[in-house]
Design a protein around this ligand. Structure first.
Ligand code: 13P
Length: 256
């Protein structure tokens, strides 16, 4: 079985002090009753401090981005080794905001994912269609081609370390969530597409849903067979809301 993974993507939010405050408020609220991996991706400036604040807990540290080069004249960039140094276990690559605002291509995303694996950091590879692409019935074509390009060259033997995040662009920060059925339909398509490069190992790859995930919609999403967790933006900034998501199932008391 795939162990679910819920990750917070703070984007460009929180100072060091705010990240530390989050950790002290959030940690006591996380129940051990739910079998789930949890990670938080703060801005680079808060990685080390947040790592210290989370130290000894089961909450992992994640980066929001990485440069695939090992070192060199790349002003403003952060290397995989620097993320190891900061204590990152995961790294987000190919977020739609980076693709749309900073022109990141599938090929660049694949290089980042490979570079992370090279340093034993698990890549969270994001894919997702825009509203226009969905309405013109190109969702599967777009996601299929993003997957093919963004996973190019990743060794099948490392498949289990890769996480895919399906984040429909129209659902990000809009309060408009894909229904569980809509999300499941795309997750099942992604699972099928992963069988091409990775064979049976595709069954071990965790596929997160992202896009306006909240404590009150996480249970229905997690009930879907191919939804293995969530990548959470806005709601992850609030310790109560993020704990409500991480403690899915247990949060409602609906599980025995
Ligand atoms: P929201 O949860 O704010 O919609 O953001 C989703 C996202 O982009 C996470 O990476």
């Amino acid at each position: 079985m795939r162990r679910p993974i819920v990750a917070a993507n703070w984007k460009m939010h929180k100072t060091v002090a705010e990240a530390e405050d989050f950790a002290s408020a959030f940690l006591p609220k996380v129940t051990d009753a739910v079998d789930v991996d949890v990670a938080v991706a703060p801005p680079f400036t808060a990685l080390v401090a947040l790592g210290r604040a989370l130290g000894g807990s089961r909450i992992a540290l994640a980066a929001q981005n990485v440069n695939p080069e090992a070192q060199g004249a790349f002003t403003g960039e952060i290397s995989p080794d620097m993320l190891v140094d900061a204590g990152c276990a995961y790294g987000i690559v190919g977020h739609s905001e980076r693709r749309a605002l900073y022109g990141e291509t599938d090929e660049f995303v694949a290089r980042k994912a490979l570079a992370l694996l090279g340093r034993d950091i698990r890549p969270i590879v994001c894919v997702g269609e825009t509203l226009e692409q969905r309405e013109s019935k190109r969702t599967f074509a777009v996601i299929g081609s993003q997957l093919e390009g963004s996973l190019a060259g990743l060794p099948a033997g490392r498949a289990g370390e890769i996480v895919i995040a399906y984040e429909p662009v129209w659902a990000i920060g809009t309060g408009r969530t894909a229904t569980p059925d809509m999300a499941q339909e795309v997750h099942a398509f992604i699972r099928g597409a992963l069988r091409e490069p990775f064979g049976a190992a595709a069954e071990t790859i965790r596929i997160q849903y992202g896009g306006s995930v909240k404590p009150d919609n996480i249970d229905a999403l997690m009930a879907q067979p191919d939804i293995d967790g969530a990548l959470v933006g806005g709601a992850s900034l609030d310790p109560d809301a993020f704990a409500g998501i991480v403690n899915f199932g247990a949060a409602t008391g609906s599980e025995s």
